[in-house]
Write a new protein. Structure first.
Length: 166
């Protein structure tokens, strides 16, 4: 008898909850606000600012400190410029290649280079660039700019290179 009463109360509770009307919510459209643009200055724009780019060469190189994947302050102005270009030219894709110096294991450097490229992608995403327009790859220590084994060479190899792709 006790089980039947519990069953009846459960059914009553279930049916009473199902008759509550569902409230309709209007669809909301997300908007992006560009906090990086200056309202008083305009970005120099030719008829197509991307027309003079050398697609095979990196547009900009972002350098990192030893064993770090955080962006340095000196890279922010270059990244803001890239962000504006990408937002003004959504038909382009940006390839971000992460690199590391030769110190550390191959696996560690590969992961570090991917984190560096991802840090650039994250910054661009926060500044309003669609993540669909950014591709990320990490090469580790496989593509050094300088083959030397000193701090000068290593500092040139700790980088992310940004390429525009049509």
């Amino acid at each position: 008898m006790k089980k039947i009463n519990i069953l009846i109360l459960t059914l009553i509770f279930m049916f009473s909850c199902s008759t509550v009307p569902v409230e309709e919510v209007d669809s909301q459209q997300a908007t992006t606000v560009d906090l990086t643009s200056d309202s008083g200055t305009s970005f120099e724009a030719a008829s197509d600012p991307m027309s003079d780019l050398d697609i095979g060469e990196p547009y900009v190189k972002i350098y990192f400190d030893y064993d770090q994947d955080t962006l340095r302050e000196d890279a922010l102005s270059d990244l803001l410029k890239v962000s504006r270009l990408m937002k003004d030219n959504p038909k382009y894709t940006l390839l971000v290649e992460g690199h590391a110096d030769e110190r550390g294991t191959r696996e560690y450097n590969l992961a570090l280079s991917e984190r560096r490229a991802k840090a650039v992608e994250d910054f661009l995403s926060v500044s309003g660039v669609s993540s669909f327009n950014v591709e990320v790859v990490g090469y580790g220590e496989e593509k050094p700019v300088d083959n030397g084994s000193n701090e000068s060479a290593w500092s040139q190899n700790r980088r992310a290179e940004l390429f525009f792709i049509k």
